[in-house]
Design a protein around this ligand. Structure first.
Ligand code: SAM
Ligand code: 2KA
Ligand code: SF4
Ligand code: MG
Length: 257
């Protein structure tokens, strides 16, 4: 159910409202990570504290649009997809919203498996079955040359916020997790190795090489064709996992997939 057609309230206006700013809610196959291929309902909140230049969900970050939905209504929409017992809460950054916790509690009570797709900068306590953490590398920063809006206004804020070791460590210690890095080429690798080591050192948890997933950058089939072979080779070289982007291969950049 795309709910962004006539919804134009900026996400930052409205933490005052009850419920969640929902950009879209749809049924698809999990396209990424350890649960790739699993039929899942996706609940996409609007609003983000970062601005990756490559963000494939532009209307939750650079130009957030949404309709406000009560938790009850979100639950009812999820239940409409009766085949699914997996729910993916994503965004935007879903951990920005207080009401994400209530939604996760309600989903858990109803017996759903919950995955949260998060950039790892915000920790919250909630019934999360898989924390799918995608820490943002230096190569995500919207420099003036890469900024989709062209002015670089978010460069400094993005750079300051993109890594929070304390939040990352708490997420890794508390939840079953995967660390899913968006990779374009080999220049990303030293930062990934260093970050994995820092998280490992900061926690009582050993980060195994199978917990680290390299995902090719690409919001479209054409772009993915340019990046995926290099990223697959980097995963093999380093002993990390490769994750495809099944939904992009299947449906390109169609909304609601
Ligand atoms: C739109 S984000 C929403 C969740 C959260 N804000 C985050 O970044 O993890 C969902 C997933 O898509 C990934 N992603 C976004 N744009 C991408 C792109 N152009 N290529 C590959 N992955 C991308 C993110 O890294 C994240 O794993
Ligand atoms: N099919 C499909 N799988 C996904 N896995 C994570 C997604 C996301 O945007 O968080 C996503 C998405 O947008 N679509
Ligand atoms: S953190 Fe996630 S939602 Fe936010 S801009 Fe980056 S990819 Fe998009
Ligand atoms: Mg997506």
């Amino acid at each position: 159910m795309p709910v962004n057609a006539d919804a134009t309230v900026p996400a930052n206006e409205a933490e005052v409202q009850d419920g969640l700013p929902i950009n879209e809610l749809f049924y698809s196959l999990q396209g990424e990570g350890r649960l790739a291929g699993v039929p899942s309902v996706f609940v996409r909140t609007s609003g983000c504290n970062l601005r990756c230049w490559f963000c494939d969900s532009y209307h939750t970050s650079w130009e957030p649009t949404h309709a406000w939905m009560d938790i009850d209504d979100v639950l009812a929409e999820v239940r409409n997809h009766a085949q699914a017992n997996h729910v993916v809460l994503t965004g935007g950054e879903p951990m920005m919203h207080d009401h994400s916790v209530e939604l996760l509690e309600r989903l858990d009570e109803a017996g759903y498996h919950t995955t949260v797709e998060t950039n790892g900068t915000i920790y919250r306590e909630a019934p999360i079955d898989l924390a799918s953490i995608s820490p943002k590398l230096a190569s995500s920063t919207p420099t003036p040359e890469r900024d989709p809006k062209g002015d670089g206004a978010w460069e400094e804020r993005h750079e300051d916020r993109r890594i929070d070791i304390e939040a990352l460590s708490r997420l890794v210690e508390t939840y079953d997790f995967q660390l899913k890095f968006v990779v374009t080429d080999s220049t990303d690798m030293p930062e990934i190795d260093e970050l994995v080591e820092r998280i490992d050192d900061a926690t009582g948890t050993t980060v195994r090489s199978t917990d680290v997933l390299l995902m090719p950058e690409g919001a479209t089939r054409d772009r993915l064709e340019e990046t995926r072979e290099t990223v697959a080779e980097l995963a093999m070289e380093r002993g990390y996992q490769f994750t495809p982007r099944l939904h992009v291969t299947l449906w390109n950049d169609a909304p609601g997939t």
